[in-house]
Each structure stands twice: as structure tokens, then as C-alpha cells.
Design a protein. Sequence first.
Length: 346
Amino acid sequence: MVSERGLEVLRAIVQDYVDTREPVGSKTIVDRHAFGVSAATIRNDMALLEDEELIVAPHTSSGRIPTDKGYRVFVDHLAEVRPLTPAQRTAISSFLEGPVDLDDALSRTVRALTQLTGQVAIVQYPSFERASVSHVELVQLGSGRMLVIVVTDTGRVSQRVSNVHDEFDETDLGRMRAELSTLLVGRSVRDGLQRIEAHLALHDDPTKPWDAATRVLARAVAEDLEEFRQDRLVLAGSANLAKRESDFRGSIYPLLEAIEQQVTLVRLMGEMVADEHGLAASIGRENEAFGLAEASVVTSDYDATGAGARVGLLGPTRMDYPTNLAAVRAVARYLTRMLEEDDTSR
């Protein structure tokens, strides 16, 4: 059991090590923090923290640095998440303000986060499998090309150009739009995809021909709906890993591979358990099963009109957890509010 002062000493070691990259000694703690006790007393507290495997000496006769377990205890005992400065909040609003579609909003989100924190920023697309299709539109582009637009009630918009090899009058265009809308509008993405696949299979029967152009458009819509069901991430700031390579004991290759393939990060973020504020952290060896034992991930939940997902940061275990948690929380709240406002304006 760690005493209250022991937790404060751990907090001081974490904060100083994050700030300086140097192991922290008892004299440094006494000089920098107002504990009101002697260096000998702090050394005794540090010995107890070391017995609990919360800190470790990287070299003989050196100061101490936090272990993964120490970072976990530090995060679990944060009295509060450090609020962002007015300048940081202004930076977030300047990145995200203005009406945008979901793709643009998520792209802006990761750019804002990586600029604020210097870490790799990650945002999940909301899960759209249960979202409902609210609108289907067809726009002729000329030269036999047709733009198919599908909109869901969560704000997701897809646009795909298909070659239908012909031009159509308004009557035919309305008929094709009506056929697709009958299959999709008011139905979930999952149900809509199943209905289109069933109709495509049915109309492979030569005795029940379906308009060739409508078949092409239906296949394009099916491809988009399949993408809506997939777990996807948007990332930014991968180059920051190279800048922080000295913070990793081993190679940063596993992290780069996870960023490139995304599947590992999708699984990891999906398994993280959030607190009552929607915040979660997975630290160091807690990520060993995902091949990321030297990395930490912090996340915050956001809501896209009922479809939940997460905003997160990936970086070394030696990171500024209070600031990073505050950043993901602030960005997640801003993103939720922006998507809600966009939904009510439609």
C-alpha cells in the first residue's frame, strides 16, 4: 500500500522525468517540490515505491524513473485532468470550426491533436453498421459517368463515380433513384447491403432482367456500404515517433507496422475500458498482447449522433498523461458538439 505522500513523490518523479528525460533523485524532489521534509525522508519514500515496483533505477547510483506500473498508478490517481490553456482551446476551434463533412472533420481532428501534443493522433470512424441510409442521389457527370451519393443519418456521406456508358433523361434518372431508394432509405447499412446483394443475385436471372445501369450503380452502392461497416482509423503525426525514438528502449518498427496496418490499433482501442468520463489509458506492458509493449495509448469517447467511437494518442510511455488526456477529451467533446450541430442543421 502506497501512502498519500508516497503517491505525491511518485507524481513528482513522473512529472520531472517527463519534463527532463533525466532520472529523478531525492535532492531534486526536495529542491523542486514543496514537501516540507528532508531528502532522507524522500529517499525512504522512494525506497518504498521501488519495493512496489513503481520506480526503478536505470543505472547504479542514479535517480529513479517510473515503471509502466508506476505510470498506471499515476494515471489512476490523477486528481483531475489538467485543463487546456486558452491558446490550446483556440487552436482546436480554429482547426475544427466551420461546416464540414465527417471525413474532413476527422482529418482535421487528427491534425489538431498531433499539433497540440506532438504524439501520433488517431481517430476512429464511428461504427455505421446500424446507421440508417437517409438519402440516395444520382448526378450525371457526362460521358456516361454517374455520381452516386449515399447519406446516412449519422452524417456519413459517400460519393462514388460509376461508368454507366450512357446518358439518361430525367424520367429514367428518377426511376433509377427510386429503385435504389426503395431498397435503402430508412434501412440500416447492414440491412441495405443485404437487400442490394439479394436483388443483384435475383436479377442475375435472365428471366428477370434489371436495368444494366441500375445494376452498375447498385454494385457501387454495395461497395460503399461494405466500407461503412468496416472499422477504419484516420492517423496523423507518424513522423513524431522518429523524433521520440530515444524514448523507446527497442525498435519503433512495431509501432510503425501497427500504424500502417491499423488492425492492431483498432483491436486495442476497442478493448480499452473507459472511466465515467469516457477517458481510457493503456500503458506499456498492458499492450504486450498487441506487440506494443513500449507504447502507451490514451483515448476519449466521442459521439457521432448515436454512433460512438474514440479519439486517441499513441506515443512512448514517457508522455505527459494529464495534458494528453485533457487534449483527447477536449477534442472529443468539440468533435461531438460539431457533429451534433451539423446533424441538426440538415
